[in-house]
Design a binder for this molecule. Structure first.
Ligand SMILES: Nc1nc2c(ncn2[C@@H]2O[C@H](COP(=O)(O)OP(=O)(O)OP(=O)(O)O)[C@@H](O)[C@H]2O)c(=O)[nH]1
Ligand SMILES: [Mg+2]
Length: 343
């Protein structure tokens, strides 16, 4: 993942509400229609991560602008049974899904005889299996293609190729059994060897059930996507009434949690800004989200929790009261830190 922008790919059967979700998130005008394959070319959109903390910090600093952390969403054509053999349209666009950090799968779970279901009946677990199998088969194709290209190097005794082959064979066994590549339980170093192949079934998954009242745990979330899309079309005033009903912030939070992402802030008169990093990153690593060379040029950081800073009322006051901490290169950044880097 690039340091600052999380990317999420939306997959699912045709006509289940993928573009409806995309529209609700990005507020972009996209083609939503009651027939399969309404989406042909992928839709790509940026969503600003809603974060009340930014607004409060910007008020305090009288910032000219607010720059929230961003997520990129990619909405592709629906996948159908046999997609890996060329059925439907979705398979052509899977390359876009290989590049994302998280996959969100939309699963139809609403009864409505007027909305076409490509498998005729509503059956979320069957549909999840269908999509899983297509992604598994697509990964298997990627794998076999790559195996063929390194075969010569394997025979020539090249070490990299032999190491890669061992890992690929492990994944192949799992994929051929119809399971996702995560089931191969690869070590960090093994994963690094095959990172460039971007297997989809190695990615974190979130399931959005459109719409069921009671499924809501782990990586599953129930959302009424049509309602969400309607809220997205409302004026700000109207939308306020539905503020507590929208579940999209939760979806984004779950994606953050899945990847162990946290946010820190920078604030000043020019701008107040949110930065996305991985939990566990040290201050110099966190600085690299702002600029590549911050990591090398890092000297120290002044740090304060966002709430504490608001209580102090200003950066100067926080310093005066002794609440600004000076942290060195080993400091592990926490969610909600406001940081000023000294380089
Ligand atoms: N009743 C109901 N209809 C919905 C809901 N979500 C989506 N729809 C309808 O389902 C149809 C398909 O929605 P889309 O968002 O275009 O579905 P898609 O998955 O992008 O479809 P393709 O691009 O064709 O693969 C549209 O007519 C939507 O209005 C929902 O929560 N309830
Ligand atoms: Mg669509």
């Amino acid at each position: 993942m690039s340091h600052t922008k999380l990317t999420i790919g939306i997959v699912g059967l045709p006509n289940v509400g993928k573009s409806t979700l995309f529209k609700a998130l990005t507020r972009e005008k996209v083609n939503i229609a009651n027939f399969p394959f309404a989406t042909i070319d992928p839709n790509v959109g940026i969503v600003k991560v809603p974060d009340q903390r930014l607004i409060r910090l910007a008020e305090m600093s009288k910032s000219k602008k607010i720059v929230p952390a961003a997520i990129e969403f990619v909405d592709i054509a629906g996948l159908v049974k046999g997609a890996h053999e060329g059925a439907g349209l979705g398979n052509q666009f899977l390359a876009r899904i290989r590049e994302v950090d998280v996959i969100v799968e939309v699963v139809r779970d609403f009864e409505n005889p007027d909305i076409i279901h490509v498998e005729e009946t509503v059956n979320p677990s069957r549909d999840i299996e269908t999509i899983q199998l297509e992604l598994v088969m697509a990964d298997l194709q990627t794998l076999n293609k790559h195996l063929a290209t390194i075969e010569k190097d394997v025979r020539a005794g090249k070490k990299y190729a032999q190491e890669e082959k061992i890992v690929l064979e492990k994944i192949k066994t799992v994929l051929e059994a119809g399971e996702g590549a995560t089931k191969a339980k690869l070590s960090e170093s093994e994963l690094l060897l095959i990172k460039n192949l971007h297997f989809m079934t190695l990615k974190p998954f979130l399931f959005v059930y459109n719409i069921s009242k009671n499924i809501d745990n782990g990586n599953r979330l129930a959302i009424n996507l049509r309602l969400e899309a309607e809220i997205a079309e409302m004026s700000e005033e109207e939308a306020k009434e539905f503020e507590n009903e929208s579940r999209l912030p939760e979806l984004i939070k779950k994606a953050y949690d899945l990847l162990d992402l946290i946010t820190y802030f920078t604030t000043g008169e020019d701008e107040t800004r949110g930065w996305t990093i991985r939990a566990g990153w040290t201050a110099p690593q966190a600085g690299s989200a702002i600029h590549n060379d911050f990591e090398q040029k890092f000297i120290k950081a002044e740090v304060i929790n966002w709430q504490k800073l608001l209580e102090c009322g200003s950066w100067a006051n926080a310093r005066q009261k002794g609440f600004l901490r000076t942290e060195g290169k080993d400091y592990v950044v926490e969610d909600g830190d406001v940081i000023e880097f000294k380089i």
